[in-house]
Design a protein around this ligand. Structure first.
Ligand code: ADP
Length: 645
């Protein structure tokens, strides 16, 4: 049969693996055992409702066997197996879900010691790190045909008919020869022989796959004292003999069933990595053992990075659901609220009927009770990280902060109370991101509002003209540097009894009666100038006003109505064509006590042409400060240069 070529991405992945970008070659065993265990889970699930499977739970097992002479290691399971199409689809291409992202990362240049395998869930391919020939013989449950997939990892693969008595999969790895040490002796050269040694395989199973809930068995040589012969004399010396035992190598107690004290960080991390195919260690794990209304155990993880599809529609949330040790559902969405959809983990309960249909499952009271309890635990853990392990929390925030922000105000804010104390923002009063609690705590007694301003960066926000007078009072300003920030604060409306207030708002600071009288007088005095500017700018602005928000700067742009300038910018970026419909009502605010205003005033009374140019320049400057595009940049430069000549 002609060889088929691997899909392009798969080929490149294989090349990378062979060129040992990943140093822990031993993880191939964990990956293959984990696949075998999944296959057993699938058939065990079918067996719950289908007697014709003819196997009960205790019949399922993973077998390892070694033939040193032939240099082969075989991993067999009696799980669901694969059809010819499955072999083609599953082993001929990189795990479909991961392939795109893999390609993207690869194009960006895969660097250093990246665990590409774990990262993209391409477990099976790890076999080629240690084998120069891989043969997979499989018979799918329900089919009477078996098929053999074979590849040397370099030139593609073949699929041919095969013989196999019962459903399941045998994976035979032809182990590579040992590598010679580097010529300069600096590197010892990879020792592949060890993967043919039972002691090594035993220890790898213990290390990586101990919790697998099916027995992993292998023939192990042991020695024992020979029985003392009946006629042995006084000088009898005990004799030893070796024998072969078909031993179970793993303890099979799932990690989540163990006492909390036994679930070390290390064990939890290893479990997480192998179970959820993420190369980065989780930030934290949560052990739950509930004895209340519904009894269940759970082991949850807060990942350190968002999966590549996290912010897309393709992302599926959910926890693995076991009932009395049988995997019922790979991703049970109802166990996790949307706002914590980044959490991975397993839940095991005896209180669910094993053969309950998946549709019915959604509506069970037990599930809701578990979900509520998990929500509290996750929140508690995030709060703990925020308060006691800020470095980790910051990582969490980098990965998932945007999603927490959205969730805080989505669904009409039903999760507001749950999430708002987890929010972080940059602030002029803090070198690090601040919580709203910390902001409120730092507020001077006379400060009424929580102030915010929007811009590209914290530094740019702090330098905005309209922030000057707020900062001068010793008030802190939240610097909203992400698109969604302003929506979030508007959705929240207040925090800790303090309303949010834009520094642009007319009532951002309370005015004393004298201040108000002075401003009215200034407005009266400036009326001619203001009217002139308004007329000159026409419909480019909604209004022109004397400002009470400026200290030393001459001008800035604010907005009337519900659409702020930041929102206009946001809408412009997501829907460039609809920018006009979402235009903020621009208000040009002028500082009547600035030198620029004085110059404008003089020009209005002496040289209207010149005054019109000033008005346009001030308007353009306000646009620039607000980070909005100029209507006509070359006209603006011409105007400024005209004044220079
Ligand atoms: P992943 O396990 O992350 O999906 P793999 O490359 O390890 O990616 O495996 C690809 C697919 O091949 C699996 O999802 C599974 O459908 C199938 N597969 C692998 N090993 C086995 C096996 N021993 N029995 C049945 N199916 C298997």
């Amino acid at each position: 049969m002609a060889k088929k070529q691997f899909k392009a991405e798969s080929k490149r992945l294989l090349d990378l693996m062979v060129n040992s970008i990943y140093t822990h070659k031993e993880i191939f065993l964990r990956e293959l055992i984990s696949n075998a265990s999944d296959a057993l889970d699938k058939l065990a699930y079918i067996a719950l409702t289908d007697d014709s499977v003819g196997l009960s739970r205790s019949d399922f097992a993973i077998e390892l066997s070694v033939d040193k002479e032939a240099r082969t290691l075989t991993i067999s399971d009696n799980g669901v197996g694969m059809t010819q199409e499955d072999l083609e689809k599953n082993l001929g291409t990189i795990a479909h879900s991961g392939s795109l992202e893999f390609k993207k990362n690869l194009d960006e240049g895969a660097k250093g010691d990246v665990d590409i395998i774990g990262q993209f869930g391409v477990g099976f391919y790890s076999a080629f790190m240690v084998a120069d020939l891989v043969t997979v013989t499989s018979r799918a449950y329900g089919s009477d045909e078996a098929w053999r997939w074979e590849s040397d990892g370099a030139d593609g693969y073949t699929i041919t008919p095969a013989e196999k008595e019962r459903p399941g999969t045998d994976i035979v790895l032809h182990i590579k020869p040992n590598e010679a040490p580097a010529e300069d002796g600096a590197e010892p050269g990879e020792n592949y022989d060890r993967f043919l040694e039972t002691w090594e395989l035993q220890s790898l199973v213990k290390k990586y796959s101990d919790y697998v809930r099916f027995p992993i068995r292998m023939d192990v040589q042991r020695s024992r004292m020979k029985e003392r012969p009946a006629d042995a004399g006084d000088d009898y010396q005990p004799e030893w003999e070796s024998y072969t035992e078909h031993a179970t190598l793993n303890s099979m107690i799932p990690l989540w069933q163990r006492p909390k004290a036994e679930i070390t960080d290390e064990a939890a991390t290893e479990f997480y990595r192998s179970k959820f195919a993420d190369y980065a260690a989780p930030l934290s794990h949560i052990v739950v053992s509930a004895e209340g209304l519904v009894q269940f155990k759970a082991l949850l993880f807060i990942p350190a990075q968002a999966p590549y599809d996290y912010y897309s529609r393709d992302f599926e949330k959910g926890l693995q659901l076991y009932s009395s040790g049988v995997l019922i559902m790979e991703r049970c969405a109802d166990l996790l609220p949307d706002c914590f959809r980044f959490v991975r983990g397993v839940v095991d309960t005896q209180d669910l009927s094993l053969n309950i249909s998946r549709e019915l499952l959604q509506h069970t009271r037990e599930l809701r009770t578990i979900a509520q309890s998990l929500e509290r635990r996750i929140k508690g853990e995030l709060k703990r990280l925020l308060e006691n392990d800020r470095e980790k929390y910051d990582k969490f925030w980098t990965a998932f902060g945007r999603s927490i922000k959205y969730e805080t105000v989505s669904d009409y804010g039903v999760h507001k109370d749950l999430l708002s104390d987890l929010l972080l923002f940059p602030s002029t009063g803090s070198d690090t991101l601040t919580t709203l609690d910390a902001y409120v705590e730092r507020m001077p007694e006379n400060q009424k509002f929580i102030y915010y301003a929007s811009g590209e960066s914290t530094a740019q926000v702090a330098a905005l003209p309209q922030c000057e007078r707020i900062s001068a009072r010793g008030y802190e300003i939240l610097c909203l540097t992400s698109d969604e920030d302003e929506f979030v604060l508007q959705g929240l409306h207040e925090y800790g009894g303090k309303e949010f207030r834009s520094v642009d708002a007319d009532d951002a600071l309370e005015e004393t009666d004298e201040e108000k009288a002075a401003r009215d007088a200034a407005a009266q005095d400036a009326k001619e100038v203001i009217d002139f500017v308004k007329e000159t700018l026409g419909d480019r602005v909604h209004d022109v006003r004397v400002s009470n928000k400026l200290v030393s700067h001459p001008v800035f742009m604010s907005a009337d109505g519900p659409v702020s300038l930041e929102m206009e910018k946001y809408f412009r970026s997501v829907q460039p064509d609809a920018a006009n419909s979402m235009r903020a009502q621009r208000v040009l605010e002028l500082n009547p006590v600035s030198p620029a205003f004085e110059a404008l005033r003089r020009a209005v009374s002496s040289d209207k042409d010149r005054a019109a140019k000033y008005a346009e320049i001030l308007y353009s400057q306000a646009l620039l400060i607000a980070g909005l595009p100029l209507d006509d940049a070359s006209r603006y430069t011409d105007l400024v240069c005209g004044l220079l000549s």
